[in-house]
Design a binder for this molecule. Sequence first.
Ligand code: FES
Length: 173
Amino acid sequence: MAKSSEESPSRRTFMTVVIGLISAIVGVAVTVPILGVVLSPLFKKRDIVWIELGSTSDLQKIAPLTPKFVPVYFRVKEGWSVNTLPRQVVVVKDINGNFYFFSNQCTHLGCPLHWIPARQKFLCPCHGGMFNVLGKVVGGPPPRPLYEWVHKIEKDTVFIQNKFLNNPKERGI
Ligand code: FES
């Protein structure tokens, strides 16, 4: 009859493999959730926040059909950090006193627009895109009118969100 010590190497090998497999499964089960918690901020969308643009009484002082470029700074959480996003709001008052809050970003490839008073147009320096004062495309390659910032008026204050109207993406800009 063979001694038990002669059977033990294969049995020991088997046990080692089983214990190794169990250790690996437990390791993965513990590590994956931790990695998920640690890495998930990297895949999160940019926050959407409100900031104060100014008082309505100040905006009323803007001359009709004369764009006013207002710099704004959105403080948003992105991943693990909080960043400041400098943006421009182009405020336009029409002849009926309605306000528009445009982005200064060209809708072709995103270059910053300049207002040319002599031509009463926004001009894109990149490929010659042109928009009228109410944001409609009047020349060049831009495929759509100017983007408008989501905004709201509470009491006497205008608030702007880092998001465009009619933007299907639920993501901060
Ligand atoms: S980016 Fe403005 S026309 Fe191309």
